[in-house]
Design a protein around this ligand. Structure first.
Ligand code: FES
Ligand SMILES: [Fe+2]
Length: 360
């Protein structure tokens, strides 16, 4: 399929993009926190982070403190990391192993399944009125070892939220052997949506990513919009390799770059079994935290794997510079919105979903 053909794209076409005030107005971000981030599945971790009963990690989702743990019964659960006694943030550390969770304020303790264990300041008759106090649970979904939570109690299950995405992902047979090996974060001076826009098209690849277009066959680059997600990808040029990755390896596959509504990107590069996730988490309306998480077979990366990370990070650095320049222009009075090319249907899908979520 030719580079600029798009399958399954929505029939509706917009000449103009989302208006730029959507990238610069703090009130828009407030709405997005309520209507987008608090109602969608958010990646929080990987099962390799909670291998044993008692293992836990803490995260923030849409400004809410969340704790994920593995119970004595081996079940992985998610709770608001908030004490039911007087709202104190319960677990302060990022990760660890605890048989019991204890609040540091008045010493209430909770079992790993969220049930109250002891409330030392409620004895005798008082004890009866807190016996049903337990941690408030959060919707959790685990697919392909990735742990997601959704703050919306009525959300569709994770397995039904992204069409056949997880089925596609499961075709990469090496995925089950991977663990979360490292994570990097980077503050980006741009609205979170600008980075997603950038990821969702490759018209800029020829201009901005010389290493990328040298390694991948851009004549066969495809962008396909699907149910709440999209895919882009191509194959490696037969005579090329990037870094020292040996492209004769049996497990070589084409580059596959997925986007999942609203702010998750999953990339699988050719070469040794690998996956990376990118999350764009708003810090404020014009600043975002990019969270890059890598998954390989082992923490001790081989030279090939190190080369792959260096290659991916070079491409990301090139993208970050572009979206930071774009944010400067979003603030300008020069234009109110942009235009889509015919190969930018995945951005159009994303923008339509944003407008629908915001009821605009
Ligand atoms: S606030 Fe947690 S025990 Fe009082
Ligand atoms: Fe890019």
């Amino acid at each position: 399929m030719a580079y600029n053909q798009v399958q399954n794209a929505t029939n509706r076409t917009f000449e103009r993009t989302l208006s730029y005030d959507k990238y610069t107005d703090p009130k828009v971000l407030e709405k997005e926190m309520d209507l987008v981030f608090s109602k969608s599945w958010q990646l929080v971790g990987h099962v390799s982070q909670v291998e044993k009963p008692g293992d836990f990690f803490t995260v923030d989702v849409a400004g809410e403190p969340i704790i994920v743990n593995r119970g004595k019964d081996e079940v992985i659960r998610a709770f608001y990391n908030v004490c039911p006694h007087r709202a104190t943030k319960l677990e302060r550390t990022e990760a660890g192993n605890k048989k019991i969770l204890q609040c540091g304020y008045h010493g209430w303790t909770f079992k790993l399944d969220g049930q109250l264990n002891k409330a030392p300041n409620f004895r005798g008759e008082d004890a009866a009125c807190v016996k049903d106090a337990c941690l408030r649970s959060v919707r959790i979904g685990i697919m392909e070892s990735l742990i997601f939570v959704n703050l919306d109690d009525n959300a569709k299950p994770l397995s039904e939220s992204y069409g056949d995405f997880f089925e596609k992902l499961s075709k990469f047979s090496f995925l089950s052997e991977l663990k979360r090996t490292h994570q990097r974060t980077r503050v980006v001076k741009a609205n979170w949506k600008a980075y997603i826009d950038n990821y969702l098209e490759c018209d800029h690849c020829h201009v901005a990513h010389p290493g990328f277009v040298a390694a991948l066959d851009m004549n066969d680059y495809q962008i396909i919009t699907c149910d709440n997600y999209s895919i882009q990808g191509t194959v490696v040029k037969p005579d090329k390799k990037y870094g020292s990755v040996n492209l004769d390896e049996a497990e070589m596959q084409g580059g596959s770059f997925y986007w999942l509504w609203p702010n998750l990107m999953v990339t699988i590069y050719p070469g040794p079994g690998n996956m990376a996730t990118i999350q764009m988490i708003p810090i404020d309306h014009e600043t975002s935290l990019a969270v890059y998480t890598y998954y390989f077979r082992d923490e001790n990366l081989t030279q090939d794997e190190k080369d792959l990370v260096a290659f991916a990070e070079q491409v990301r650095q090139e993208d970050i510079e572009l979206v930071e320049l774009e944010q400067i222009g979003f603030r300008s009075r020069a234009f109110k919105n942009g235009r889509y090319s015919s190969s930018e249907k995945a951005i159009l899908q994303f923008h339509e979903m944003v407008l629908e979520a915001l009821n605009d």
